[in-house]
Design a protein around this ligand. Structure first.
Ligand SMILES: Nc1nc2c(ncn2[C@@H]2O[C@H](COP(=O)(O)OP(=O)(O)OP(=O)(O)O)[C@@H](O)[C@H]2O)c(=O)[nH]1
Ligand SMILES: [Mg+2]
Length: 648
């Protein structure tokens, strides 16, 4: 089966809806008000099956006041049927709708030169000439122009054949693996619940799928799918579909929202774009407020102009900060940032339509280059290069740039799907290829640029060296200190990966304290002082000397002595208990001797130790006895119960 979604386009009253009715038997004007007034106000839908071809029609209003609705319909179509009444030829909305289709990047279409029953051959030829002139050089340049009448049925066969030829090219916005359905209608049906309809522009939708509704991020489940009024197992882009959803109330949804694969599209407050203005537009100044249409939604945005050029293929002129006079010339182009007044759901490559706020008119279009740029200024020379890179069709350099841009945050495949407009498969492929080639590093499920990781490694190594220079007696830099000095925004996984790779390369050693492999703590006070310092505490046993006393004996400054205590403490040789410093050897002996009190006793025996007994037994004053007993408690050798201690 081949399918295509065709949208009508053309001036009011030129016979768009009449042609849809003549082709399909369905009146697309479903609203009472439309039937009463004889005009189309909102989108209408119909379908036609010819052989193995399924054509879904989106009929749009021609009235200039309803261009907003026209845009909601045109956003998702794959081909256009431009309808021109032979007796009136090209009129303002013929032109506007044609320009909109061109700016949306719609690749193909047919022109229906209708109402031939009330036009003579010279009128028909004149209308044809105007059409040929308008579409020259555009996507419709070689499109068939089919004379037809909805009243007599003349030419309908030829029109059907031309429409069939539009099918089978796939959906314009299709990205395999990514479901995308801009919602155009929402209603609830008794016994079914919430139903949304729209043009499935990408992916495959089936009952049971878990999706999100953007920009609100509402988690929903597909309960059922209908295609052209019939229940289907699945729908595949491009198709008009109705989707029965659970997990959401119809009142939470509205036209403009998008049903999508979770994580596949950005709901974004700003995007960087390549903007093109129509020749008919007035120049658009920096800071202008414009109306932006995207899919079935629209909002307002402020424009920041980064660079401009007079026309395609001219040179870019970068706008510098302070240059408030800059404007995009009529028929010109710009690299620009749009700051949306409400979040827009887009990915790279999406087309937006821009309309002036007043007087309301289509002024141009924009192609999304980066749906989610970091906030900040757009008028820097570096930005111009970035825009140019993003503007190129080649994804390779863009992926490289996004990895570099992600910096210490790293990039994952899901963000690449959202930001680069890739399919999930392409995104994983791009990242894996870079890791395999050694151009990127994977840590904690994210990808980092090789250059960044090399820089961070070198930086960490330099920090360790700096620490050794400043504190040569220390065995190494505490891991947390190193982490904070490696870079404020470096995450735990990234830091661990850096340390691990330095260790694997044999450059560093240590876990809690990290040192260069070549480092040995230096005895700053002279050879042997450190040993003598340690010996004094070992010899002091359970009644060690004051640090100040040992310092003066050995001719050390107070600060040097404290540093030595710290260094030996980190090695586990000395232990601070309150104000006192003990050596680990006498403490180990004490621990063993207390534990021995249990020896030869039944397990149920309660063996106690009081302060007085402890003091006499070890010949200690209170000054030493109390901190030692508290240490034994902490070490779970004893437990204090009231005034006595129980040997555990
Ligand atoms: N004689 C003649 N009249 C036609 C033909 N097609 C449409 N009409 C008439 O033209 C008028 C407008 O037709 P519609 O189909 O509603 O036009 P439309 O383009 O859908 O109009 P909007 O949706 O409001 O933009 C109606 O009165 C139709 O009966 C045709 O082929 N021949
Ligand atoms: Mg109509």
């Amino acid at each position: 089966m081949r399918s295509v979604v065709v949208g009508t386009a053309g001036h009011i009253d030129h016979g768009k809806s009449a042609l849809i009715r003549a082709l399909t038997g369905t009146d697309p004007d479903r609203l009472k008000e439309e039937q009463a007034r004889g005009i189309t106000i909102d989108l209408g839908f119909a379908h036609l099956a010819i052989g193995d071809v399924q054509i879904g029609f989106v009929d749009v209003p021609g009235h200039e006041r309803f261009v907003r609705n026209m845009l909601a319909g045109a956003g998702g179509i794959d081909a256009v049927m431009l309808v021109v009444a032979a007796n009136e030829a090209v009129k303002p909305q013929t032109r506007e709708h044609f320009e909109i289709c061109r700016l949306l990047g719609i690749p193909r279409g047919v022109v229906a030169l209708t109402k031939t029953d009330i036009a003579d051959s010279s009128m028909i030829e004149s209308a044809r000439a105007q059409i040929v002139e308008m579409v020259a050089g555009s996507f419709l340049q070689n499109a068939p122009v089919v004379p037809v009448s909805a009243v007599t049925g003349d030419g309908l066969e030829a029109l059907r054949a031309a429409l069939v030829a539009l099918a089978g090219h796939g959906a314009r916005l299709h990205r395999p693996g990514v479901v995308r359905l801009p919602i155009d209608r929402v209603f609830s049906i008794k016994g079914f619940g919430t139903v949304v309809t729209g043009t499935l522009v990408s992916g495959r939708l089936a009952a049971g799928d878990s999706l999100t509704v953007q920009p609100d991020g509402i988690a929903v489940r597909v309960r059922g799918v209908q295609v052209h009024g019939r229940t289907a197992d699945a729908a595949e882009a491009p198709q008009r579909v109705a989707v029965n959803l659970t997990g959401v109330n119809a009142t939470q949804l509205q036209r403009g929202m998008t049903l999508a694969t979770p994580g596949s599209l950005s709901a974004t407050p700003r995007s960087d774009v390549h903007l093109s203005l129509l020749n008919s537009s007035r120049p658009l100044p920096h800071g202008a407020r414009v109306r932006v249409h995207c899919g079935t939604m629209d909002t307002f945005a402020r424009l920041s102009v980064g660079a401009t050029r007079k026309a395609p293929h001219h040179d870019w002129t970068v706008a510098y900060p302070g240059d408030v006079q800059v404007e995009v010339p009529a028929g010109g182009e710009a690299f620009a940032r749009l700051r949306f007044e409400s979040p827009v759901v887009v990915t790279r490559g999406d087309r937006l339509i821009l309309r002036a706020v007043s007087p309301v008119a289509t002024i141009g279009g924009a192609r999304v280059l980066d749906p989610l740029p970091a906030s900040g200024g757009v008028r820097r020379e570096s930005m111009a290069g970035r825009y140019r890179l993003l503007d190129a069709a080649d994804t390779g350099p863009i992926v490289d740039w996004l990895i570099a841009d992600a910096s210490v945050r790293g990039l994952d495949a899901a963000s690449l799907v959202r930001r680069a407009g890739l399919t999930p498969e392409q995104a994983r492929g791009e990242l894996d290829a870079r890791v395999t080639a050694g151009r990127a590093v994977s840590a904690g499920g994210r990808i980092f640029s090789r250059t960044l990781v090399d820089d961070l490694r070198a930086h960490a190594e330099a920090e360790i060296r700096k620490f050794h220079d400043a504190q040569p007696e220390e065995p190494g830099i505490p891991r947390e200190t190193l982490r904070s000095r490696t870079g404020r925004r470096v995450g735990a996984e990234m830091f661990d990966a850096i340390v691990a790779s330095l260790a694997a390369a044999g450059t560093i050693k240590g876990v809690d304290r990290v040192a260069l492999a070549t480092h040995t703590p230096r005895d700053t006070a002279g050879a042997g002082v450190r040993d003598r310092f340690e010996s004094r505490f070992r010899e002091g046993g359970l009644t060690p000397p004051d640090v100040a006393l040992v310092a003066s004996e050995l001719g050390l400054s107070e600060a040097d002595a404290q540093r030595m205590v710290r260094g030996l403490g980190q090695d586990g040789r000395l232990l601070r208990l309150g104000d006192l410093v003990f050596h680990r050897d006498p403490l180990a002996t004490l621990r063993a001797s207390v534990a021995r009190l249990r020896e030869g006793q039944p397990p149920s025996a309660r063996i106690t130790l009081d302060v007085a007994a402890f003091k006499t037994q070890h010949g200690l004053s209170r000054k030493f006895a109390i901190p030692l007993l508290e240490w034994l408690d902490r070490e779970r050798v004893t437990r204090r119960v009231g005034d006595v201690r129980i040997v555990l």
